[in-house]
Write a new protein. Structure first.
Length: 148
């Protein structure tokens, strides 16, 4: 067990309202994917609304959805994202979310036991957008080691 955990935020603009038929496969998969995350080795916490996901939380505009979670390690998150049933829906992301011309995901280390706020996560996303990946805000493609 380490003294740091990995936090992640990803954001996206859906191509249609969640009630639109084009979003049905995405919405229909949420409960299954959230349960899969919750049961995954290394999972710590995820942001949820009253419905058990984060789809109604729109602090940065009515069209911008967000997802935020904390994991014991980058390996644990990578396993869930790229080596579980999550990958099938991830491969279809362009069916459900508009392509963004700026960074839409960020990773950063938090002290174990700390649950990041949405504002903290947004600041990290803005940091990776403005300065690129570094020790305080990074991506899967440019991972950083946990602080010592």
């Amino acid at each position: 067990m380490t003294s740091y955990h990995l936090a992640q935020l990803n954001v996206g603009y859906p191509v249609a309202p969640l009630t639109d038929p084009v979003m049905a496969d995405f919405v229909g998969a949420l409960d299954r994917l959230n349960a899969l995350a919750d049961a995954s080795p290394g999972f710590v916490w995820r942001l949820q609304d009253d419905g058990g996901n984060a789809t109604t939380l729109r602090p940065y505009g009515p069209d911008l959805m967000l997802n935020m979670s904390v994991w014991e390690s980058i390996e644990a998150l990578r396993e869930y994202v790229y080596r579980s049933g999550h990958l099938d829906l991830l491969r279809r992301r362009r069916e459900f979310f508009r392509v963004m011309d700026t960074a839409y995901a960020v990773l950063w280390w938090v002290p174990a036991g700390h649950l990041p706020t949405v504002d903290e996560a947004w600041d990290r996303l803005e940091l990776v957008r403005s300065k690129g990946p570094g020790p305080d805000a990074f991506t899967f493609r440019a991972p950083q080691p946990a602080p010592r």
